[in-house]
Design a protein around this ligand. Structure first.
Ligand SMILES: [Zn+2]
Length: 164
């Protein structure tokens, strides 16, 4: 992969930031991680992938933060989004270390300030389901770890909506 900054063809300006994600969002180890390569400069081992689009380019580009800043001419949002992701990843890792208690019915529960979180088993289908306060989750999960992550994502969603 070449370096498009030194070449004509791919526009250097006028891109919009579509999304940012962390290739290590599950807290996996370094050796387990599939890092990406910046499509603009060819820099390897991108952890925070910034997806940018341009009206004259058919495909979106997956680039690192520095290139995303230059391409969008925005030196605030790409970095801000990356920082939010970094915080969210550390919250998720802390979350995975929480010790859930077991009720006498065999459910898992966690009291978080004044919130009651519950994971229970749907015995008919042998799947896990979640409940956050009085809200029953609609999805089912094959294992406990997936259910715990679903509770985390539910709380993040409620926080974003200002309902937490
Ligand atoms: Zn780059």
């Amino acid at each position: 992969m070449g370096n498009h900054w030194n070449q004509q063809g791919i526009p250097h300006k006028g891109w919009s930031l579509e999304d940012v994600f962390d290739v290590r969002e599950d807290g996996q180890e370094e050796w387990e991680t599939d890092y990406e390569t910046c499509m603009m400069c060819g820099n390897e081992k991108i952890r925070y992938v910034h997806i940018v689009s341009h009206p004259n380019v058919a495909d979106t580009f997956r680039v690192g933060c520095v290139c995303a800043e230059k391409m969008t001419n925005d030196y605030i949002n790409p970095r801000q989004r990356e920082k939010e992701l970094r915080n969210k990843t550390s919250r998720r890792i802390n979350w995975s270390k929480k010790e859930w208690k077991r009720s006498k019915h065999g459910n898992w529960f966690l009291q978080l300030n004044d919130h009651h979180l519950l994971i229970y088993k749907d015995k008919r289908f042998n799947k896990f389901k979640v409940k956050i306060d009085e809200i029953f989750g609609k999805k089912s999960f094959d294992n406990l770890d997936q259910a715990k992550l679903a509770v985390f994502n539910g709380i993040e969603y409620l926080k974003e909506k200002g309902d937490w």
